[in-house]
Design a protein around this ligand. Structure first.
Ligand code: DCP
Ligand code: MG
Length: 418
């Protein structure tokens, strides 16, 4: 008899996502109360353009716009954990928040930036665990069941690996819940935020899930919750114990059956991989470990072929991308990834090869390599990418490209230089 692997489903949610992305640009704001909301205002323009000779991370904290100076009807999209201590959070009006935490720094939303990081962290996940369902800009479900290591410590080991890979590549943190299904995983990812991992097994239902409010079940909104409360049902445990006939009377046969199953932690829904690819990649494991300098001709040829294959994949499927990444696995099984973002979307092998070479220059190459991979991320359907280029190609993006291309400081001749 063969034992089927336990179904292990993860829900991963980024911590204070928009705010954390802003802190990558403005690390001087780390630890401070920061809220993100509203469009760009004059104060934000002044901040960015105040002194063009200095980098964003050099802007003194004292120059940032504060919540106390805000007037208008904008709402908070998110707040750093330091700001949440004052009771401010998502969906609250900025003026109301200003009363609770006037000293918070207020930054405008920059969706393009959040989308970029969203694609990036998702590409890292699918590199490690390919069955991933997109749930929005900052959350995904991942099927750990068949992934090597996905069963270890109930999924904790793989969750830790993914957290680490995302942090090393982006500087962003996330929280992960691993459970027998999506329903429980979604609840579990909140248990230890931020930077948390929570593992829930079937036998934890009573202790970990039943004390929670019914609202924690994804699918029970404020209206259903109010009706449950009216019946004296506040916790998931109470919902589990409720008479099915009573629930059916108030919610109808379908919903009541679902409520009953959910309260017992039952959910069979599949992890749906998205139809829109986040990235495309090709990789090769070598027959014997290769050295970046001594085997550079062989490695250079493989590298070029991988770029050609990814380019062909992109062209065949009709996508273009602008974040070109390399993945290395060393003789000791460590993995390193490096990205290089170029000014314009591409599906061309030579452009990919050039950018991948730049990414590779920043990777440690002192050890023998077992595996080499090339990835193109930040994908758009080719038609959209072309339209975007026609409409918005600016001096700015051309400059970015030049800057990157002139950055070819040569050291030891590595295969990236071939
Ligand atoms: N968001 C928004 N408006 C809301 C809620 C969220 O614009 N009412 C945006 C901003 C968040 C992002 O979506 O950064 C992700 O939402 P989350 O609920 O996951 O919140 P955070 O990631 O900010 O914080 P947490 O650490 O609690 O997940
Ligand atoms: Mg989040």
């Amino acid at each position: 008899m063969t034992d089927l692997p336990l179904r292990r489903i993860a829900h991963l949610d980024m911590d204070a996502f928009y705010a954390s992305v802003e802190l990558l640009r403005y690390p001087q704001l780390k630890g401070l109360p920061v809220v993100i909301g509203g469009g760009r205002r004059k104060a934000d323009e002044d901040l960015m353009l105040g002194d063009t000779s200095r980098a964003l991370h050099e802007i003194p904290v004292a120059e940032f716009p504060l919540l106390r100076d805000y007037t208008g009807r904008g709402v908070i999209t998110t707040a750093t954990y330091a700001a949440r201590q004052f009771g401010v959070g998502s969906a609250m009006g900025l003026m109301k928040a200003a009363q609770l935490c006037p000293q918070a720094v207020l930054l405008p939303v920059d969706f393009a930036q959040y989308r970029h990081y969203s694609q990036r962290f998702k590409a890292i996940i699918t590199d490690i665990a390919p069955v991933m369902e997109n749930r929005g800009v900052d959350e995904v479900y991942i099927d750990f069941t068949e992934v090597p290591g996905g069963q270890r410590e109930g999924g904790r080991v793989l969750a830790r690996l993914i957290q680490k890979a995302i942090f090393e590549d982006t500087g962003l943190t996330c929280s992960v819940g691993v459970a027998p299904n999506k329903l429980l995983a979604k609840m579990a990812s909140e248990f230890n935020k931020p930077k948390g991992i929570s593992v829930v097994m079937d036998e934890d239902l009573q202790s970990a899930i039943w004390p929670l409010a019914c609202r924690k079940i994804n699918g029970i909104g404020p209206k259903a919750d109010a009706r449950l409360q009216a019946l004296g049902i506040h916790t998931i445990g109470q919902l589990a114990a409720a008479e099915p006939a009573l629930l059916a009377q108030h919610f109808g046969p379908r919903t009541s059956a679902w409520l009953h199953a959910a309260a017992h932690g039952r959910d069979n829904s599949a992890v749906h991989t998205s139809s829109e690819p986040v990235s495309m990649s090709r990789e090769t494991t070598f027959d014997r470990d290769l050295h970046a300098v001594r085997d550079r001709a062989a490695l250079g040829a493989v590298f070029t072929r991988l770029c050609e294959q990814v380019a062909a994949d992109l062209q065949r499927k009709g996508y273009m991308g602008r974040t070109i990444g390399v993945k290395l696995r060393f003789a000791d099984f460590r993995i390193a990834t490096r990205d290089h973002t170029i000014g314009a979307y591409t599906d061309q092998a030579t452009t990919i090869r050039q950018a991948a070479g730049q990414a590779l220059k920043r990777a440690p190459l002192d050890q023998r390599l077992r595996l080499l991979g090339v990835r193109v991320g930040g994908l758009l359907p080719a038609a959209e990418a072309v339209a975007l280029a026609a409409g918005t190609r600016t001096a700015g993006s051309a400059a970015t490209q030049d800057e990157h291309n002139s950055d070819a400081a040569q050291q030891a001749p590595l295969f990236s230089d071939i």
